[in-house]
Design a protein around this ligand. Structure first.
Ligand code: F0G
Length: 362
């Protein structure tokens, strides 16, 4: 019988800072589908293999659960009773869920009016202590870093190294499934924890360690994509008033700045940015051509891959993985606004009207 894994810590515990006696706080995260796109490569008429790592299928609907299972497990192991994070929405939902699972308290600082509806609904349902601030994520992050000197709380933002350790397992899963690293790995960049984590994972799987042999020699080129209004990696300096419809990555002062630059340089990769329109177009393209619904920020990965494939920067014959960081259901408002021109028809509830509605649209 195939071994049953409850979550990513169980699966990868020989590569995580966990001991036999650690109480693992898991809700069955990780092991997300790696889906090969079938229609978009034909549409763009390019000979490329594009896979999407659909992280929206984690328990709270985003990749944050990978890091959070580790961060909360370690916080509890160290005797913590409360955790805190600043968030654009997904980290707060994840922290809230894993904290309640562990029986501890989660405090979350969110920018008032700037987090997607689904994320707010989740965080409320899980019962986190929500503190809305009249400022953005970067201000929340600054406050969280200060508050730990004034209250007994553990930070579970990605500046917590256990978050990065949990999130690196996505790279392990990709190599385990494809049999090797892809040629290119494309992902959205906000606070830059995820690009840091993937690169750590790819490096660890391609390096002999004391007790584990390398799984592969290959590492991908890392391509990080931002929203044009929130693109410090493009301007090369922190920015103060980030703005984008992709609220998840509405960040001007990324915390993992140096690590992300190291990932770019060591992998021979690059950063680029896209207007909100381009990001939304990629989100809709993925939903309407492949049946895969991700949130706006996630679609920056596909927007980037498609641009770089079109220009030849990513050559034909390449195998590409795009991380879809969050589920499309997180942000119903943006999705519905996007489809304003595709309003459903309304008809009388009669056989004749329904028949006409069908035949008219065939
Ligand atoms: N995509 C989504 C859906 C996110 O929620 C985030 C970050 C990112 C991409 C960027 O990842 O920060 O590791 O570079 N969301 C954080 C949050 C900031 O609070 O939920 P990153």
């Amino acid at each position: 019988m195939r071994k049953h894994y409850t979550g990513l810590i169980e699966r990868y515990k020989d590569r995580l800072p966990i001991s036999e006696s650690t109480r693992i706080i898991s809700i069955g995260e990780g092991n997300t589908p790696l889906i090969q796109l079938e229609n978009i490569p034909k549409l763009i008429n390019k000979d490329v293999e594009i896979f999407v790592k659909y992280e929206g299928l984690n328990p709270t609907g985003s990749f944050k659960d990978r890091g959070m299972t580790m961060a909360i497990t370690k916080a509890v192991e160290e005797g913590g009773q409360a955790v805190i994070c600043a968030s654009t929405g997904n980290t707060s939902a994840s922290a809230a869920a894993y904290a309640v699972r562990a029986g501890i308290t989660a405090f979350v600082l969110i920018p008032e009016g700037k987090i997607a509806l689904g994320k707010l609904a989740q965080t409320l349902m899980y019962g986190a202590k929500i503190i809305q601030i009249k400022d953005n994520f970067d201000a929340g992050m600054r406050l969280v870093k200060e508050i730990v000197d004034h209250a007994p709380v553990t930070i579970v933002n990605s500046i917590n190294p256990f978050r990065i350790d949990g999130q690196k397992t996505a790279a392990f899963e990709i190599i385990d499934e494809l049999g090797d690293a892809p040629d290119y790995h494309c992902l959205p960049v906000g606070n830059a924890g995820n690009i840091t984590a993937y690169w750590k994972g790819y490096k660890e799987y391609s390096t002999d360690s004391d007790n584990l042999p390398a799984v592969t020699e290959k590492r991908p080129v890392m391509c990080g994509y931002q929203a044009a209004g929130a693109a410090p990696f493009i301007s090369g300096a922190m920015i103060d008033n980030p703005e984008t419809v992709a609220t998840a990555i509405r960040i001007g002062h990324p915390q993992s700045w140096d690590y992300a630059w190291a990932a770019q340089k060591e992998s021979g990769g690059w950063f680029d940015c896209f207007t909100d329109d381009k990001i939304l177009a990629a989100q809709k393209m993925l939903a309407s051509h492949e049946g895969i619904f991700c949130e706006p920020a996630s679609a920056a990965s596909l927007a980037g891959a498609l641009k770089d494939i079109a220009s030849g920067k990513i050559p034909e014959g390449s195998r590409i993985v795009c991380t879809l960081t969050g589920n499309g259901l997180k942000d119903p408002d943006v999705a519905i606004t996007q489809c304003a021109d595709d309003q459903p028809v309304a008809v009388e509830a009669t056989l004749d009207s329904v028949k006409r509605a069908i035949l008219d649209q065939m």
